[in-house]
Design a protein around this ligand. Sequence first.
Ligand code: NAG
Ligand code: NAG
Ligand code: NAG
Ligand code: NAG
Ligand code: NAG
Length: 436
Amino acid sequence: MMKSQINVRRLFLGCALILCACSCLRASPAPPTDVSITQGPKGRLTVKEQSVLQIPCVYQLPDLLRQSNSVTLRWRKDGKTLRLAELGQASSTTSEPQLETLLREDARLTLNKETGTLHFASVLASDAGVYQCQLLVEGQSAISSGSGTLEVIEQLKFMPQPTSKNLELGSVSKVHCKAQGTPVPQVKWMRETQLPLPANVTDHNGTLIFRGVTNEQRGQYTCFAANSQGQISATVSINVVVAPKFSVPPVGPVEVSEADVAVMHCQATGEPKPTIQWDKDLAYLNENNTDPARFRLLENGTLEIHNVQAEDEGRYGCTIGSSAGFKREEVLLVVRSNKSASNSIVTRIIIVIICLAFLYFVLVLGLKLWYRYRRHMGKVQLDDAAHAAADADADGHEHAEHEPCLTEANSSKNLKSKLRESTILEQESQVADDIV
Ligand SMILES: *[C@@H]1O[C@H](CO)[C@@H](O)[C@H](O)[C@H]1NC(C)=O
Ligand SMILES: *[C@@H]1O[C@H](CO)[C@@H](O)[C@H](O)[C@H]1NC(C)=O
Ligand SMILES: *[C@@H]1O[C@H](CO)[C@@H](O)[C@H](O)[C@H]1NC(C)=O
Ligand SMILES: *[C@@H]1O[C@H](CO)[C@@H](O)[C@H](O)[C@H]1NC(C)=O
Ligand SMILES: *[C@@H]1O[C@H](CO)[C@@H](O)[C@H](O)[C@H]1NC(C)=O
């Protein structure tokens, strides 16, 4: 009995000593009594979301310290520094708070240096937490206020807002509706505004589940969220669609000759009916970048290119699209250049050669004919000369003197040379014949 009493007493003494030592150690750089926080955050503070809030931190500071630039005011949230401000006169310029708010993206929160008050322009749910303000004096331990807990009453709201949906026919689909608020709201769906949900559509805690979407399920659905704050609702349209599908996909490669017609088909089904858009090498074809005389987009989706040119070659894509989605298929167009067209220079050269040969032939023939004519004329002259000579022998020289050409042909020498000349002509025309 006695022993245990002594033990208890020793234990008590030990504890007291330790406590004393602790408090002595803590107090060793004793803060001056004239630095203090007289009013700070404490207890529970409950505010509504989006309201304006000020948490005070009233402090006392001797003017000497205030001017020395060595005191810092610090606000902490959940043990982490939220805002800092130096209380010295030198730093109390008007630009500093602006700079501070710029550096800290969250401009909702400002710290008033003169009063120490933390100011919330609009409280958010994320602002909830434990707040404390502190004075940090150089060379001394921190002077802390008590701590206060901020509670935020969340406004009842959809997060995110439910949106209208296109559901694929026959698919299993979900439509979400989530609400936030304090207290946690109840969420439920209705057809229109008060009808029960259609068959095979169920509501799992705010998520609509469609098992095998049918056309009958399309329509308006309303999501309700309610708690003690009240009730909110959001109406969305549920549309049933069929994703576009190629009924006639473009097939290729399509090969056409230059100047021919290229035909590429593209047809699609879907609900709503998909539109068809052609592109060449990923650039959409429209009235501005195509020649309307050559490019024709038919009602049924077929693309016709008339009088195909070499530069039309490329990848042609057909995109089918609707609110239910889109798909693209590609086809290669190959333009064959016509042999004759590609060898046109050779063709021209051949034509020129043929023309030249023909001209040469005509020339030679002409020459030949001319020489023949000349020879014929020569013969006639010779005959005439012969006759004239005979006449001259008979009638004397007077008659012959009247015709100058006959004077030349008078002598038989001249006659002989005339004959020789005609033989040369004959030979020449023979040569011409041989060349041809
Ligand atoms: C509900 O789904 C089942 C099975 O998928 C089907 O047999 C039934 O016809 C559907 N009911 C309606 C009203 O669509
Ligand atoms: C319903 O959803 C809420 C959140 O919106 C969640 O807290 C709760 O646990 C869910 N209940 C069920 C039964 O799934
Ligand atoms: C074609 O050009 C006209 C006038 O420049 C313009 O108004 C029109 O929108 C263009 N069309 C396309 C499909 O780009
Ligand atoms: C589209 O119409 C054109 C002419 O009207 C026809 O030549 C072409 O074959 C049609 N396309 C299809 C895929 O039937
Ligand atoms: C190219 O050949 C095709 C037939 O192969 C013909 O229809 C077309 O007219 C020709 N084009 C030219 C420029 O000769």
